[in-house]
Ligand binder design. Sequence first.
Ligand SMILES: Cc1ncc(COP(=O)(O)O)c(C=O)c1O
Length: 383
Amino acid sequence: MDTPVIYLNNAATSWPKPPEVIEAVNESFRQPFNESGRSTSQLPTDYLNTTREAVAGFFRVQDPDHIIFTANATDSLNTLIHGFAMKTPESFHVLMTDLDHNSVIRPLRTLEQAGRCSVSMVPSSGSHINPESMESAIRKDTRLVVMAHGSNVLGSVQDITGIGRYLQERNIFFMVDGAQTAGLVPVDLRTAPVDAFVFTGHKYLFGFPGTGGFFIRDPTRISPSRQGGTGTFSKSPFQPMDLPEKFETGTPNYPGIISLGAGIRYLEKTGAMAIERKMRDLTAVFMNAFADDENIIVYNKNPGLPVISLNIRDLPNEDAGFILREMYGVICRTGLHCAPLIHDRINGGVGSLRLSPSYLNTHEECVTAAEAVRDVADRVHCS
Ligand SMILES: Cc1ncc(COP(=O)(O)O)c(C=O)c1O
């Protein structure tokens, strides 16, 4: 296909990666990996710890050992949710929200099915979680709240400070899924009232797929659900309780972790303000282009994240996505985006076509893609 590709599926995984990220990984393959404490390597490149320090600095975490690397946000959420249940002997009540992703819904419903907890869903206003709705859903046996910081369908960002303070006063563990916000919304974990914060490496932190992690404030609240080699306390048949070994076991994804470190350095160099400004401008290109088109139904007029969710009237979103890809080179996401509950709320679960630019998209690409969507809508309604 000769049409140049315009990639607008960054809320799923970002592409392209900054050249610095690719170069850092390429460069790392020219040297043996340095497993500090596990091999006789004397190389100065301790990728694991330099990236841990970079991630800790980015989220303002004082002790880098409280940053745990995982394969992705799903892996982090599973580790935290199942580890919380293992540590909590009695059955308990959990709250999630209708904006949550299947990586929250499925581990919780699986635990519920096993009789370990009961789950209630807090309905949003249609985009935001009202702290009062959260408060009224809390029961005497509520021990855990898990919720998305940013919606991957509507791009709305939740007030984790207000909600977290309320939960903190009641000693309810607050797990925040920051898969969509990490790299877009600055988060200061020294002061944010959250007990655990999940990030993914491969979206807006610009690392490779297969990267992610979480911050854990008090590791004694979570049991390790996996055991294996750590290179430490090797005589012990049990998993060490030190961080990060308690939750990191087996050979790490070195190239992925190197890409994550380079992605963080790229973001630090670019600056949060520049990123915020550009993402707002690119989102506005789409919103302005669709505002007066009655054949384009936009579900989120004022998102906090660069996510535009829409349908073209009388055209299934899967067909619209196919046409955009084949005729205009525009790559986007269609369907339920693994967050089925909010789709039920916005349009009875028919799904949407999602456009999600990143800092590496250009203004011109977004103008061209917006014209392509309008063109498809015009053609459907001229025929
Ligand atoms: C809100 C949210 N949570 C979790 C995930 C899962 O992320 P990962 O692909 O890193 O497991 C996603 C990704 O689509 C997401 O948007």
